[in-house]
Ligand binder design. Structure first.
Ligand SMILES: [Mn+2]
Length: 370
């Protein structure tokens, strides 16, 4: 590992280093927001940024950030979310305590309390959004050909993962699962055609943590809604979680799951077009509004000036979003009505059995994957 700046030592022996990785240039603005929001709310943390295809302008921006350093890690050949175990393993060669921090997460307040005074054995992960299919349990463990030894209360979301050297074996097993031919084959399909236990890296991690090999690891969940807003559609951050954030205190992290708000179209689509089915156009419109009023976007507005040209997308673009965001403050309230609608729709779809995940049973393993 090559650390480009000399001041890369951990600032505090008590706090882990934070790792942010991004290999897609169009998502580097998310890395900037991770760095800027940590600098504002949790400046004691040092961020290590691995950005293999970043342009020179981003690298020089990063060099000016007091809380961040660039690292150049080896390319494991994996892409997207599948790089997580490989990157964490490389960092554990030089650091004893590391937090993976997705490049689509920003901090809204000091979160050091979540990572202080943890035993080296404790693994920190986040909880999937409420609407995640078949939360936790042992079904993923069994489908991966592993022997279950504990039932997890929720599916793991790997947006934030704290590991130490105590977890090297677990990370190696996770990496082996993400290289398994059945998983690689499943990843070639669109997400809705993948079997539930192979949707992504975190399904494999959920399977692993309930298995007999790793069921002894203490697991600390950052709770959805309370600790992290899991913004997958408006109801990812549910109406009751939003009300709590409006009345009491909001979560320390906001996670822009799914389509990224900085990638939405420049102009909102119309609610209906005479030439197209009304369900299709209204759905496109709803998805656009969901981005235009996303809590991540609304929280990112505080950094618009620091982002300069990169921050233009933080302004709501549709008339409705502009109206709602100027009449309600904070990041939770403006999209509340969308969240209520989305929440009720999902509830009805689930109750009627329409929203069930398609399972492909041929991917269920009969032998241990590692
Ligand atoms: Mn993410």
């Amino acid at each position: 590992m090559n650390i480009s700046q000399s001041n890369a030592a951990q600032l505090s022996s008590e706090l882990p280093v934070i790792c942010v990785h991004e290999d897609r240039p169009r998502n580097l603005v998310g890395v900037k927001l991770a760095v800027l929001s940590c600098a504002r709310h949790a400046p004691a943390f040092r961020l290590l940024v691995n950005c293999p295809s970043a342009p020179a302008s981003f690298i020089s921006w990063l060099a000016d950030q007091p809380n961040a350093s660039r690292v150049e890690l080896q390319d494991s050949g994996s892409k997207g979310w599948n790089v997580k175990p490989s990157i964490l393993l490389q960092l554990l060669d030089n650091y004893t305590d590391v937090v993976w921090f997705d490049s689509d997460i920003l901090a809204t307040r000091d979160f050091s309390g979540h990572f202080r005074d943890l035993s080296p054995e404790t693994l920190v992960v986040t909880e999937e959004p409420l609407w995640g299919q078949q939360q936790g349990g042992v079904s993923r463990t069994i489908a991966w050909g592993l022997e279950p030894a504990r039932s997890l209360e929720s599916t793991v979301n790997s947006g934030l993962v704290r590991v130490t050297r105590h977890h090297v074996k677990m990370l190696e097993a996770w990496q082996a699962m993400l290289c398994h031919p059945a998983y690689v084959e499943a990843q070639a399909h669109p997400w809705f055609e993948r079997p539930l236990h192979m949707l992504g890296d975190q399904e494999a991690l959920t399977a692993l943590l309930a298995s007999v090999e790793f069921a002894h690891l203490p697991l600390h969940y950052l709770r959805r809604g309370r600790d992290i807003a899991q913004c997958l559609g408006p109801a990812g951050f549910t109406p009751s979680e939003r009300l709590r954030a409006m009345i009491q205190v909001g979560p320390a992290f906001i996670h822009a799951m799914g389509p990224k708000p900085w990638q939405r179209e420049a102009v909102a689509p119309p609610l209906w077009r005479r030439s197209e089915p009304v369900l299709a156009t209204s759905r496109q419109w709803f998805e656009y509004m969901s981005s235009d009023l996303s809590p991540y976007l609304l929280a990112a507005r505080a950094y618009a000036e620091a982002l300069r040209d990169d921050g233009i997308w933080t302004r709501p673009r549709s008339r409705l979003a502009r109206l709602l965001s100027s009449s309600a403050s904070g990041y939770a309230a403006p999209g509340l009505m969308l969240a209520v609608f989305d929440h009720c729709t999902r509830w009805m779809l689930r109750a009627s059995g329409v929203a069930r995940h398609t399972r492909i049973t041929r991917s269920v393993l009969t032998e241990r994957p590692f």
